[in-house]
Write a protein that binds this ligand. Structure first.
Ligand code: C2E
Ligand code: MG
Ligand code: MG
Ligand code: MG
Length: 284
């Protein structure tokens, strides 16, 4: 059936629309089942100090191990999880798992690292986030200051007043906050200084064409200098080449993350990496 929408706008019904709707319902059902059947895993990627190469933290990254389609990237299902609200129970599981992992590494005698966990816009808006964070800390025994929540600029800028209140409440629990993908959103520089965040993560789109692209170098330098002015720590994401690494170090960037330093890896591999890092530190 065709339906009139205003003047001269005719929306033609296409069979493909029904198929798309069906496919979406199937995807939602699959996602729901995946949560129930625990088809998710976390991988961990090292965060290093540029000066020393020391691993001071890891970022937890979600993977969906689909029984038929294999490994699915978060970019392909987080939007649907957001839309359906399934991100809330999934997010609680992520917090629990990441905190438990960090605590388990410490229990094995590995040096304490910061555990960075991504929090989506919807999760950040939901009332239960604080309780979920508190529960993950309590059940794992991880000290609150070892957990860092990564928020995106867009999630914060949606409603600056509400976001500031939420951020203050989270800080009140003792956890730290970072702004992820910095530079891609619309942070007003004037409010940035009022946010209780400790770190800016320079989006990897700016790092990608360093050192060839002068504009990207200028933007990255501006973010590094902004961070210094506001007494924030700064980390460059997506460092893939030695040239990027050297340039960032020269520019005074404090920290880096990327495939050059380490790909996201399973917990066991990350434990080995942490043990090596520790051994090399104690030899110095
Ligand atoms: P993000 O938080 O900015 O995470 C960094 C992404 O960059 C990860 O992609 C990581 O694998 C990738 N990456 C790291 N180093 C490099 C590099 O050198 N080159 C390139 N090309 N990529 C690099 P991933 O794991 O596919 O995650 C994509 C996004 O999905 C994340 O971006 C984050 O926004 C979201 N995400 C991942 N895990 C979670 C989660 O547990 N919860 C929520 N809410 N979102 C998550
Ligand atoms: Mg992140
Ligand atoms: Mg990022
Ligand atoms: Mg990103």
């Amino acid at each position: 059936a065709a339906k009139r929408r205003g003047r001269n706008t005719l929306v033609q019904f296409r069979p493909s629309m029904a198929l798309e709707a069906q496919a979406k319902l199937r995807n939602i059902e699959e996602l729901r089942q995946a949560i129930a059947q625990q088809q998710f895993q976390l991988e961990y990627q090292p965060l290093i100090e540029l000066e020393t190469g020391h691993i001071f933290g890891v970022e937890a990254l979600l993977r969906w191990m689909h029984p038929v389609r294999g490994r699915i990237s978060p970019a392909d299902f987080i939007p649907l999880a957001e839309e359906t609200g399934l991100i809330v129970p999934l997010g609680a599981w992520i917090l629990q798992t990441a905190c438990a992992q960090a605590a388990a590494w410490s229990a094995k005698g590995l040096p304490p690292v910061t555990m960075a966990v991504n929090v989506s816009a919807r999760q950040f808006r939901e009332k239960g986030l604080q309780a979920d964070v508190a529960a993950a800390l309590a059940s794992s025994g991880l000290p609150a200051e070892r957990l860092e929540l990564e928020l995106t600029e867009s999630a914060i800028m949606e409603d600056v007043g509400a976001a500031t209140a939420t951020m203050n409440a989270l800080r009140g629990l003792g956890v730290h906050l970072a702004i992820d993908d910095f530079g891609t959103g619309y942070s007003s520089l004037s409010v940035l200084k009022t946010f209780p965040v400790r770190r800016l993560k320079i989006d990897r789109s700016f790092v990608h064409d360093i050192p060839a692209d002068q504009d990207d170098i200028a933007i990255t330098a501006a973010i590094i200098s902004l961070a210094r002015t506001l007494h924030l720590e700064v980390i460059a994401e997506g460092v893939e080449t030695q040239a990027q690494f050297m340039m960032l170090k020269q520019m005074g960037c404090m920290a880096a993350q990327g495939f050059l330093i380490g790909r996201p890896m399973a917990a066991a591999a990350m434990a080995e990496r942490l043990a090596c890092d520790h051994a090399s530190l104690t030899q110095r």
